[in-house]
Design a protein around this ligand. Structure first.
Ligand code: ATP
Length: 232
C-alpha cells in the first residue's frame, strides 16, 4: 500500500498554473525531501496533500484512499504556515485541546509528553502570544507529533529553529521513520533535509523536475541537484 499517490495534480490560481501535472508515489517508510526554489509550488502541493486545498485537476490518494475520512486524517501529522496554534492559550492548553480533538487516550499524559520532548515543559503554562518564533515552532512540532501519526507532512519544518531544536526535530523524524512512519517535508535547508531523506522530489516552476532516490552525490554537494535537474 502506498502512503501517498500524487496523480497528475494541477493547481491554477486564476490562469496561473502553480502546479503542472505533478505525479509521484511515496512508499511507507520513505522520507521525501520536497525541494524547489521560492515559488516553485511546494507549499501549494503540501496543502493539497494534507487535504487543506483541492487540486484543479488530478487526484491525491493517502493510504490508497481518495478522500480523507476521519480515520485517515488521524494518521496524518502536519506542520506548516497557518496551521492553527491558539495565541490566547498556553502551550499545554493547545496540546490538550488538539489531543482531545484527535480523540487520543490519556490526552493529559501525551500533552505533557510532547511538551517535554520539545523542551517546552518549563514554559508550558505561558501564553503562546508571548512565545518567540522558535518556541512557537517547537510547539508546532509537538502538535504535529502529538497523535503519533504514521505520515508526517512538514512545510519548512526547520525554519525558525535554533541548532539544538533542528537536531531535536531530526531525532524525532528519525524515530518516526525507524518505527515505520513516512515523512514528506519541503525545505530550503538542503543539508538538514538531505541527511534524513531517502528520496527527493524537485519542483521547478510548478513542474516535476526530478524524482528518485537521494544519492551520495546530493549529500556531498547539495548544489548538485539544482545544477543537474534545476532547469527542467
Ligand atoms: P516558498 O518556498 O516561497 O514558500 P513555494 O515553493 O512553497 O514557495 P508556493 O507558495 O506553493 O511556492 O507558490 C507557488 C506559486 O503560486 C507562486 O508563484 C505563488 O505566487 C503562487 N500562489 C501561491 N498561493 C497563491 C494564492 N493563494 N493565490 C495566487 N497565487 C498564489
Amino acid at each position: 500500500m502506498r502512503a501517498l499517490a500524487v496523480e497528475g495534480v494541477w493547481k491554477f490560481y486564476g490562469d496561473y498554473p502553480a502546479l503542472r501535472e505533478i505525479r509521484f508515489d511515496v512508499e511507507p517508510g520513505q522520507c521525501v525531501a520536497l525541494l524547489g526554489r521560492n515559488g516553485a509550488g511546494k507549499t501549494t502541493l503540501l496543502r493539497i496533500l494534507a487535504g487543506l486545498a483541492r487540486p484543479s485537476k488530478g487526484a491525491v490518494k493517502v493510504f490508497e484512499k481518495d478522500s480523507l475520512d476521519r480515520a485517515t486524517r488521524g494518521q496524518i501529522g502536519i506542520l506548516g504556515h497557518g496551521i492553527a496554534i491558539y495565541d490566547e492559550l498556553s502551550a499545554y492548553e493547545n496540546l490538550r485541546l488538539f489531543a482531545g480533538l484527535y480523540g487520543i487516550e490519556q490526552p493529559d499524559k501525551w500533552a505533557m509528553h510532547w511538551l517535554e520532548r520539545t523542551g517546552l515543559e518549563r514554559v508550558k503554562d505561558g501564553l503562546v502570544r508571548e512565545f518567540s518564533r522558535g518556541m512557537r515552532q517547537r510547539l508546532a512540532v509537538a502538535r504535529a507529533f502529538l497523535h503519533n501519526p504514521k505520515l508526517l507532512m512538514l512545510d519548512e519544518p526547520f525554519t525558525s529553529l535554533d541548532d539544538r531544536a533542528i537536531a531535536l526535530l531530526q531525532g524525532l523524524l528519525r524515530e518516526s521513520l525507524a518505527a515505520g512512519g513516512t515523512v514528506i517535508m519541503s525545505t530550503h535547508q538542503l543539508r538538514e533535509a538531505l541527511e534524513l531523506a531517502t528520496n527527493v522530489v524537485l519542483i521547478n516552476r510548478g513542474k516535476l523536475a526530478h524524482t528518485g532516490a537521494r544519492t551520495q552525490e546530493m549529500l556531498d554537494d547539495p548544489g548538485y541537484l539544482y545544477r543537474t535537474y534545476g532547469e527542467a
